[in-house]
Design a protein around this ligand. Structure first.
Ligand SMILES: Nc1ncnc2c1ncn2[C@@H]1O[C@H](COP(=O)(O)OP(=O)(O)O)[C@@H](O)[C@H]1O
Ligand SMILES: [Mg+2]
Length: 308
């Protein structure tokens, strides 16, 4: 019955342009595997500035998010991390500079054109942002109901598949209020991945969670990177989670995954950027970041990170 309700509340494809439906339908055709054109960066900011009336948030920021990898964007609270993600999604427009997503300039696109770009992006909003009046299945299938003409059984099958991926199959027909904070976050991850976007943006995925639950969320991000090969941008101020993501990989199979630590001599599995005072103050590996002589970065890192 839950599925029926979802259908009534959200008539299929009711509000979106045909072009957008095609894009999502195409993205659903894609299967796991090397489907990313590594030669085209996922996101490029070229001299991007952005501010509110009384405050400059980003000052002439240039950055490149490579395709097929995980990029971790670190920064103190209020440094502009969420704003950077909203610029990538085209939810905000830069005051100056250009933003390119998968080779396509996105500033000054019309809303239908932006919808087509967003069809290939999944976003985990800060604090999950689930719809409390919809079931888990309806939340996860939301974009598929809304933005595609997939038959309901196919949507249900995809919802079951992604809930299985995050280990929540048993909760499919529950309401979000019946779930723990970590489970809600996993539902939001399942929702972000349901339409098989090639780019996933995670806004503070572990904030407000205890360390054990946070580690279980990190594991989901690692599985998406290593099994699904999506490009991901992980925004966080949690240093511990950032280094966990960079130093652990998913082994085994999606049905029987194991999260393993990489060896000390192996290349880390994420690139780091630090946003500070409206600029990118660091780009490089986690090892380079730990070795930085920059006093601000050292304070930012070691106030929250034991000297390990
Ligand atoms: N809608 C808004 N109106 C005015 N200022 C905002 C708005 N959203 C964010 N800000 C300010 O922009 C700065 C960056 O915000 P944000 O990107 O949310 O930081 P964070 O790095 O914590 O995600 C903060 O100083 C915040 O107060
Ligand atoms: Mg934020």
């Amino acid at each position: 019955m839950a599925r029926q309700r979802g259908c009534d509340v959200y008539p299929l494809g009711a509000r979106l342009a045909a072009a957008n439906r095609m894009t999502i339908a195409e993205s659903l055709e894609r299967r796991a595997g090397p489907r990313i054109d590594a030669a085209v960066p996922a996101v490029v900011f070229d001299h991007v500035s952005f501010g509110f009336d009384d405050q400059v948030v980003l000052r002439d920021v240039s950055l490149t998010i490579p395709a097929g990898r995980m990029t971790i964007l670190l920064g103190a609270s209020g440094s502009g991390k969420s704003i950077a993600l909203k610029l990538m999604l085209g939810l905000l427009q830069p005051d100056s500079g250009t933003i390119t997503v998968a080779g396509r300039r996105i500033e000054r696109l019309s809303e239908p054109q932006l919808m087509a770009v967003r069809a290939d992006i999944g976003m985990l909003f800060q604090e999950s942002a689930l719809f409390d009046s919809l079931t888990v299945a309806e939340n996860v299938g939301y974009r598929l109901y809304e933005e595609t003409e997939m038959p309901l059984p196919a949507i249900r099958a995809r919802v079951e598949e992604v809930l299985g991926f995050v280990g929540l199959s048993a909760h499919i027909d529950k309401m979000p209020s019946a779930l723990s904070g970590g489970e809600r976050r996993r539902v939001a991850i399942a929702r972000a991945m349901a339409a098989r976007p090639r780019l996933l943006l995670f806004d503070d995925p572990t904030s407000g969670l205890d360390p054990i639950t946070a580690t279980s969320i990190d594991a989901e991000l690692i599985k998406l990177r290593d099994f699904e090969h999506v490009t991901s941008v992980v925004v966080t101020h949690q240093i511990r989670d950032a280094f966990y993501l960079a130093t652990h990989r998913a082994a085994g199979t999606p049905d029987a995954p194991r999260i393993e630590s990489i060896g000390p001599d192996q290349p880390q599995l994420a690139d780091f950027m630090v946003l500070q005072d409206g600029r990118i103050s660091f780009t490089g590996s986690g090892r380079d970041l730990l070795a930085t002589p920059d006093p601000f970065l050292r304070e930012f890192l070691f106030k929250t990170l034991p000297p390990w």
